[in-house]
Design a protein around this ligand. Structure first.
Ligand code: GLA
Length: 504
């Protein structure tokens, strides 16, 4: 024994008889169980341990796993503590309280937009073990996973914008049929994507099952494939998806294999609830890498779509994790203001975009009814100029002739799908007037004159805007008219656009 160890042992021997006979405990010490807490954040258990004046503990939730009590203290008979908050930069922590009445605890608090006000009853150490959150380790980054499936921005349809979580097998089949019947498939729209809301529970082996609305996933993918289309599915690296369904946490490889076995061709992977576990660049990147690698290892071609709202400059690493498109913004809604903010002001950097890696300003709202035809033309033009993925978001069965004319305009689609893969950008902005340019593979340039104002304008576009000395052919991509030169000026309706393809 070293000299200092001998002294420490001697001191301990002397000190022991004077230590308090029992450690002070709060009435909250122990295990508390919550059986009926709302799904979000799904509080299942609280554990409190006190030693003298020090109190520690955690609240276990289905969304975020254990939420640690910080600075836990007794205040007027109430246990009070701070808990880390999420997605709310103004409130990095929230204060939670636990009161006691009739031998039960009343837990109140808040995390992101979930309010907690739940009654818990006493549990045992055995209960605590049964409800303990099972953590899993993220793999380290390995070699970049090269994309092979999206040389041009992916096109298709997704269930979310119209159907929210109310999506089922019959509706997906109907969308595949309507994709063909409307001619949208032949215009280039390929993917039929099931977004959130398809998931059921895991079986005894941990394999994720669809819910009752999707009786047979393999039969569904066969149905869609038989129509010359591809089909996509959705998950999250967290324990929960954004709508509160089962996520892939702890089951990443298994889920990737399940999706492959069912015959899916596309996965949208959404950070929801995972942003608690993976909250810095390193862990977010590795969490996407984990799925990207698992998808690749299935041997099936599954296009990987990252959805983490542009955090940690996703465009700078999305390709490394096998992503071929990545969301750059929060969710679009069916109104001009949000669409314009996303499309004009918040999409990702053009230098990150190109073949097999696309900035994704979210899915289309065209046909959902919240914008005028001019505004929807702006939406389509802006996404095409941005080389954005074109994922329709309306009920394809209810595509009006007007909306079809917007969505199936092959001249505009060709700008989006141009093989050079350059993300266009504003070359001239004057107040609410923006001129955008997108150089194309054949040497021509797409030009768009956007009017973000609420009244019509008259404005110009020039060869210089296109980076050309002069132009000899001008095609108006919305009207189809072809002329040999630019007009002196263009009338643009409120919130509208004039879109051209100009050739030197
Ligand atoms: C997030 C995504 C949406 C959609 C929902 C599903 O909000 O950004 O596009 O996938 O989740 O819950």
């Amino acid at each position: 024994m070293s000299r200092s160890a001998v002294i420490a042992a001697a001191l301990a021997a002397v000190a022991l008889p004077f230590a308090p006979a029992a450690q002070a405990k709060t009435p909250f010490d122990g295990v508390w169980l919550f059986d009926e807490a709302p799904d979000r954040p799904g509080v299942t258990m609280m554990e409190v341990r006190s030693k003298g004046d020090a109190i520690e503990g955690e609240v276990t939730t289905q969304w975020y796993g254990p939420v640690t009590m910080q600075n836990a203290r007794m205040e007027d008979g109430t246990l009070t503590f701070e808990a880390t908050n999420i997605n709310d930069w103004d409130h990095p922590t929230r204060t939670w309280h636990v009161a006691m009445a009739d031998g039960k605890v009343q837990l109140t608090g808040q995390i992101w937009f979930s309010e907690i006000d739940e009654t818990g009853h006493k549990g045992t150490a055995k209960d605590a073990k049964a409800r303990a959150f099972a953590f899993t380790e993220l793999p380290e980054m390995g070699a970049p996973i090269p994309g092979t499936l999206a040389p041009t921005p992916p096109m298709g349809w997704s269930s979310w914008n119209k159907f929210d979580e109310h999506i089922d097998d019959a509706t997906v089949r109907a969308m595949a049929d309507a994709m063909v019947a409307t001619g949208l498939r032949d215009a280039g729209y390929t993917y039929i994507n099931i977004d959130d809301g398809w998931q059921g529970t895991r079986d005894a082996s941990g394999a994720l099952q669809p819910n009752a609305k999707f009786p047979d996933m393999k039969a569904l993918t066969d149905y869609v494939h038989a129509r010359g289309l591809k089909i996509g599915i959705y998950s999250s690296q967290g324990p929960k998806t954004c709508a509160g369904y089962e996520g892939s946490y702890g089951h990443v490889k298994q889920d990737a294999q399940t999706f492959a076995d069912w015959g899916f061709d596309y996965l949208k992977y959404d950070l929801c609830s995972g942003e608690w576990f993976y909250n810095d660049r390193d862990t977010v990147v590795r969490s996407y890498y984990e799925m990207g690698k698992a998808l690749r290892e299935t041997g099936r071609d599954i296009l990987f779509s990252l959805c983490e709202y542009g955090r940690f400059e996703v465009g700078s690493w999305g390709r490394d994790v096998g992503g071929e498109l990545w969301r750059t913004t929060g969710d679009i809604t069916d109104d001009y203001k949000t669409m314009a903010q996303i499309g004009f002001d918040h999409n990702g950097k053009p230098e990150h975009a190109g073949p097999h890696g696309w900035n994704d300003p979210d899915m289309l709202e065209i046909g959902n009814g919240g914008m005028s035809a001019d505004e929807y033309r702006t939406h389509m033009s802006l996404w095409a100029m941005s080389a954005a993925p074109l994922m329709m978001g309306h009920d394809l069965r209810e595509t009006s002739a007007d909306m079809l004319a917007i969505l199936a305009n092959r001249r505009v689609i060709a700008v989006d799908q141009d093989t050079r893969g350059i993300q266009g950008q504003a070359v001239r902005t004057e107040g609410t007037t923006e001129v955008w340019a997108k150089p194309l593979a054949d040497g021509s340039v797409a030009l768009a004159l956007f009017n973000r104002a609420e009244a019509p304008i008259t404005a110009t576009m020039s060869a210089g805007d296109a980076g050309l000395a002069s132009v000899s052919k001008v095609e108006d991509l919305w009207s189809g008219a072809v002329t040999s030169g630019l007009a002196g000026s263009y009338e643009v309706p409120a919130h509208g656009v004039v879109m051209l393809r100009v050739t030197a």
